[in-house]
Design a protein around this ligand. Structure first.
Ligand SMILES: [Zn+2]
Length: 156
């Protein structure tokens, strides 16, 4: 890279320093999808999206944070920690890819009323009383018009 261009995070999965191992699945874990550059002031911004229920930015598609802040450190209990840490564990990355695909992939819920992308609300386990099959049910809400949708996938 040219020396006037700062270091970028690689695309992929990251964990914010506030991640709580006892909290809801994948809390404070994110997918970095790219870098944007502002047309006017030429600053760089990191674009990313959460892998857990966190929809304050809806109906936008991504969260954005200044590059320098994304790459920076924070103080916590007297220790200096990176604000975001890349996740490299192969098994965890594979799991996060599935979560990402469920939330944002081709199978992500589209609102039947207004065709906006519906926002993930929660996962549930459901049971089909006829054949005994377990399903993972995903509940979604459209932030544009308020319609709720659910999808069910057999759990293997
Ligand atoms: Zn809608």
């Amino acid at each position: 890279m040219k020396k006037d261009i700062p270091a970028f995070p690689q695309k992929g999965f990251y964990q914010h320093y506030k991640h709580d191992p006892q909290g809801e699945p994948h809390n404070y874990r994110y997918e970095v999808v790219g870098i944007a550059r502002h047309t006017e002031d030429k600053t760089f911004t990191v674009l990313y999206r959460p892998l857990y229920k966190n929809d304050w930015f809806a109906p936008a598609d991504f969260q954005a944070r200044p590059l320098e802040m994304f790459m920076g450190s924070v103080e916590k209990n007297g220790a200096t920690l990176p604000r975001f840490k890349k996740i490299d564990d192969v098994a965890l990355v594979a799991e996060l890819q599935k979560v990402r695909d469920t939330l944002y992939g081709a199978g992500a819920a589209i609102c039947p009323t207004c065709s906006s992308r519906a926002t993930f609300v929660r996962f549930n386990e459901t049971h089909n009383s006829k054949d005994g099959t377990l399903y993972t049910r995903t509940d979604n809400e459209c932030k544009a018009c308020g319609t709720w949708t659910s999808t069910e996938v057999p759990k293997n």
